[in-house]
Every structure is written in C-alpha cells, then in structure tokens.
Design a protein around this ligand. Structure first.
Ligand SMILES: Cc1cc2nc3c(=O)[nH]c(=O)nc-3n(C[C@H](O)[C@H](O)[C@H](O)COP(=O)(O)O)c2cc1C
Length: 179
C-alpha cells in the first residue's frame, strides 16, 4: 500500500474521524436541555467503567468554539451518553449543526424529533429513541487546546430489553471500508 505523509502545517493535513457517534445530553443551571452530537468518545476505564467525551471548550478557526453542551456540563457536572441507531442519522445531523451557543432559544429535541425521558439519577434528560443511555457524573477533566476531555463515571445505565435478552444487538456498521 503506497502512502503519502503529511504534517500538521501542510495544507490538507487531516486526521481521521474516530468512528461512531453518540448524542450527549446535558442541562444548564436553569434546567435548559441541550443535545450535542459527539464523535470523539471512548470507554476509558475498566473498574469502575468510565467514559470520555471530547467537548469543544475554546475557540479556534471556523469549527471550534465552545459548545453549549460543554457549558451545561460545567454548570451541573452531569451528562448522559445516548447511543443512537442508524435510523437516527437525521437527528444526529441536526444535533451536530444547531447550537444553543448562537441559538439559545432552540429546542433541539423538537428540531431533531427526539423525545426527552427522565433519567434515574441525573437532571439531564435521556433520549427515548436511543437503545442505550448512560447517565454520568463528571469524574475529571483534561483541558486540551480546543477541547476538554471530560471523563464521566456512570451513575445508571438504561439498556433496551432486546439488547439484554439478545434478540437485538448493537452493530457498529460505520467501520471504515477500504474500496
Ligand atoms: C458527526 C459529528 C460529530 C461531532 N463530534 C463532536 C465532538 O466530538 N465534540 C464536539 O465538541 N463537537 C462535535 N461535533 C459538533 C457539535 O455536535 C455541534 O457543534 C453542535 O451544534 C453543538 O451544539 P451545542 O452548542 O448546542 O452543544 C460533531 C458534529 C457532528 C456532525
């Protein structure tokens, strides 16, 4: 396989997108709910289980500015990782392009046609249409140049019964295909 190398200052230098997306929900101090599409997330600890999400927190160029969801997480110390299925593609496009930072009155649940549901422990709503919802409390935060890597410790996890009983499974279909 022939490869070309590029370096950070080269035009067209790129990094590859990590893969699957999740929808992170959070509320601000006043209780206003937000949803943010997040591609940069991972399981980062074994016992207890912990998850990391990279939330843009500082401005740089056209793409990087503080997400309102970052503000919500700062204000409440809580968030929910909602794992969508492929049928929710339109919803994650909406949640990944509309921002409460510039449209503070937007109702992203309504715009994305998603249904809020009460969480068991945290104040942020779950997304009813997502088969898995992981309620998290912030454990720690690493401040990087544009993003905060926020580590959350799960407080509760809601899992579709079909997944627990094995009649359905999560298939991560967006693994890259080299054609
Ligand atoms: C596919 C996709 C993946 C994204 N991944 C991230 C991410 O990992 N971190 C982040 O801060 N923003 C990410 N974004 C951008 C935010 O979802 C977007 O700016 C959103 O409108 C922020 O909403 P908010 O300001 O209301 O929180 C992504 C957007 C898309 C479409």
């Amino acid at each position: 396989m022939e490869k070309r190398v590029s370096f950070p200052r080269d035009e067209g230098f790129n990094v590859f997108y990590p893969g699957s997306v999740v929808l992170v929900t959070a509320v601000d101090a006043a209780g206003k709910a937000d949803i943010c599409t997040v591609g940069a997330w991972a399981l980062v600890n074994g016992v207890p289980r912990m998850f990391g999400i990279a939330m843009c927190a500082r401005e740089s160029g056209n793409y990087f500015w503080k997400r309102y969801t970052t503000t919500c997480i700062e204000q409440t110390g809580e968030f929910v990782i909602n794992i969508p299925h492929a049928g929710l593609r339109k919803a994650w496009d909406v949640c990944g392009s509309v921002t409460l930072t510039t449209q503070p009155d937007a109702d992203k649940f309504a715009l994305a046609r998603l249904t809020p549901a009460p969480a068991a422990v945290v104040k942020a709503p779950l997304i009813a249409e997502c088969p898995v919802n992981i309620e998290c409390r912030v454990h720690s935060k690493l401040e990087l140049p544009t993003h905060d890597w926020i580590v959350g410790e799960p407080a509760a996890c809601h899992t579709a019964v079909e997944l627990i009983e094995g009649t359905a499974r999560l298939r991560w279909d967006n693994a890259p295909v080299l054609e």
